[in-house]
Design a protein around this ligand. Structure first.
Ligand SMILES: C[C@](O)(CO)[C@H](O)COP(=O)(O)OP(=O)(O)OC[C@H]1O[C@@H](n2ccc(N)nc2=O)[C@H](O)[C@@H]1O
Ligand SMILES: Nc1ncnc2c1ncn2[C@@H]1O[C@H](COP(=O)(O)OP(=O)(O)OP(=O)(O)O)[C@@H](O)[C@H]1O
Length: 283
């Protein structure tokens, strides 16, 4: 059994306030694709995890992978002993602002909910998701979502038009708490969005009126992010370039698939990049 764990991309991210416990209250539009990890399951009496793929190495020293945490949380909720050998194919750079670990945890919840024959509704998976990380709930559905609160409020996103994304990471990991600490400025009001966008151009027009409040702080920590943004913005057909989440991955928005693919090929080899359409989760 295989479950896809698509990358999360924050098309904008406004920090609208702060809770007494220090967590930031956000307004964000999260979409998915065009790159993904994979979680696979093979029968075994005990729970185990194998790591594969181009970014597996960065996780080898990790005592408690989010995949195992998700499996144990689900088993505990169901009152059963966790079993099976999980394999994580790590295609997404680690600590890169596209929710790789969160997507893996969410994919594990979906996969084991099926494999263990639990049949839990999505609402229960969402409850199990939040303690695993602020981005895990949005990754459970992996569909365009307006995120609120600290990640636990799942609002309706505008109808997203066909569009293509380029993702680029300078291969420099960036820890989320450091980026929140480096954030400058006050708070930004919630964004005003339409119910739907006619096309990618229209979507980019609206998004240009929004921002990623973590971008300038992240650039102070990793100046190469500014180079990535300029390189993306300079590509023919690029409608906008911005950092996703807490970085360092940046995205470019394109109307035409060929333009997004050509842009990926134009990126320096030392960087990680991927291009393709927005991911559409099965209904
Ligand atoms: C920046 C986003 O990626 C936007 O989608 C998420 O809000 C972060 O999601 P995440 O990586 O799953 O974050 P977590 O692992 O839950 O939190 C890591 C750390 O980031 C900070 N954090 C996270 C989320 C949030 N709304 N406010 C915060 O201040 C906290 O210091 C927290 O200890
Ligand atoms: N399966 C996993 N994949 C990636 N990181 C994991 C995983 N399990 C545990 N981690 C830990 O979680 C940390 C954050 O990784 P992740 O790739 O999810 O960050 P991110 O892309 O910045 O996420 P976000 O966009 O949600 O802030 C890693 O540095 C690593 O220590």
């Amino acid at each position: 059994m295989i479950e896809i764990a698509p990358a999360k991309v924050n098309l904008f991210l406004h920090v609208i306030g702060r809770r007494p416990d220090g967590y930031h209250v956000l307004d964000s539009l999260a979409v998915f694709g065009p790159a993904a990890d994979e979680v696979r399951l093979a029968p075994a009496r005990r729970l185990a995890l194998e790591l594969q793929g181009p970014f597996a190495e960065g996780l080898l020293a990790e005592a408690d992978n989010l995949v195992l945490k998700a499996a144990r949380a689900l088993a505990k909720h169901a009152g059963i002993a966790p079993e099976g050998t999980l394999s994580l194919v790590k295609n997404l750079p680690v600590a890169s602002g596209i929710g790789g670990g969160s997507a893996d945890a969410a994919a594990t919840l979906r996969l084991l909910n099926r494999a263990w024959g639990l049949g839990l509704p999505e609402s229960v998976l969402l409850e199990l998701a939040l303690p695993l990380g602020a981005d895990v709930p949005v990754c459970v559905g992996s569909r365009p979502t307006r995120m609120g609160g600290v990640g636990e409020i799942m609002g309706r996103a505008p109808r997203v038009p066909p569009a293509h994304l380029l993702l680029v990471n300078p291969r420099i990991p960036l820890a989320t708490p450091d980026v929140f600490r480096a954030r400058q400025g006050g708070f930004t009001p919630q964004a005003a969005l339409p119910n739907a966008w006619a096309d990618a151009r229209h979507m980019a027009e609206t998004l240009r009126g929004t921002r990623n409040d973590l971008e300038s702080g992240a650039i102070l920590l990793v100046p190469q992010i500014a180079e990535v943004l300029s390189a993306i913005a300079a590509q023919p057909g690029c409608l906008m370039a911005r950092m996703s989440g807490s970085g360092a991955t940046c995205f470019g928005l394109f109307a035409r698939p060929e333009a997004a693919q050509a842009a990926a090929l134009a990126m320096p080899n030392a960087w990680w990049s991927a291009a393709g359409p927005l991911y559409e989760a099965a209904a």
